[in-house]
Design a protein around this ligand. Structure first.
Ligand code: ADP
Length: 214
């Protein structure tokens, strides 16, 4: 018999929404965290699994002297050639998927949180997980948080927000939304606890029936 797996939760949110903070709270409560951004970055580091395929697709120009992806050069390419982004994603996405599967298997039995910044932009992730959790807050809160966390200017934060999915689009794919505006960190933790308690019976019934929750 296969070991039952814990719920798979897709976690997303705009920059400064508090997504990483919620991820940390979930980990503190026993969840395994799979960070898709970190996986994508590590694939393109020197010696990373994607480096040779990237070199083949784009040439040695995009590989820096240490043998990793030259991100600045790649950004220029993507800016100049609309298809380059798709070609890079076609290399990275299957590898990210494989590594996610590997890490999810290693977490077997535990609730597993997939931190996916671009979840709302992809249909793949919504079908891959049992539940989608969106951390949401006003654009103004995002600006204030990122300015104080990272020392960015207001304009720089607004530019990133404009590139990301809108709050409406993100919320439209959510099974649950945590409104992280005007909450203390303790209150945010309470929301996470409530959500886990709310989802636990669903998880229990999924395990006993072997079915994916609806
Ligand atoms: P994201 O991962 O969505 O970019 P973070 O989780 O890093 O955002 O949060 C951005 C900043 O805001 C961090 O410094 C974090 O500590 C802070 N923060 C997030 N939520 C709250 C909250 N409810 N109360 C106080 N600070 C918060």
């Amino acid at each position: 018999m296969q070991t039952p797996r814990g719920a798979h939760i897709g976690l997303t949110g705009g920059i400064g929404s508090g997504k990483s903070t919620v991820a940390r709270l979930l980990v503190e409560r026993g969840a395994a965290l799979i960070d898709t951004d970190a996986i994508a970055r590590s694939l393109a580091l020197p010696g990373g699994a994607a480096i040779e395929a990237i070199r083949e697709a784009f040439g040695s120009d995009v590989i820096d002297s240490s043998g990793g992806l030259d991100r600045a050069r790649m950004r220029e390419l993507v800016f100049a050639d609309a298809q380059a982004k798709g070609r890079l994603e076609a290399i990275l996405h299957p590898m990210i998927g494989l590594e996610c599967n590997r890490q999810a298997l290693a977490a077997s039995g535990r609730t597993t949180v997939f931190d996916v910044p671009l979840l709302a932009e992809s249909t793949h992730w919504r079908t891959r997980v049992d539940r989608v959790l969106v951390v949401d807050c006003s654009n103004e809160t995002q600006v204030v948080r990122v300015m104080s966390r990272s020392g960015w200017t207001r304009e720089a934060v607004l530019a990133v927000i404009a590139q990301q999915a809108s709050r409406e689009r993100r919320r439209a794919c959510a099974d649950a939304v945590i409104h992280n505006d005007g909450l203390t960190l303790d209150e945010l933790a309470q929301h996470v606890d409530m959500l886990l308690a709310q989802w636990a019976p669903v998880e229990q019934s999924r395990r006993s029936s072997g079915a994916r929750p609806t």
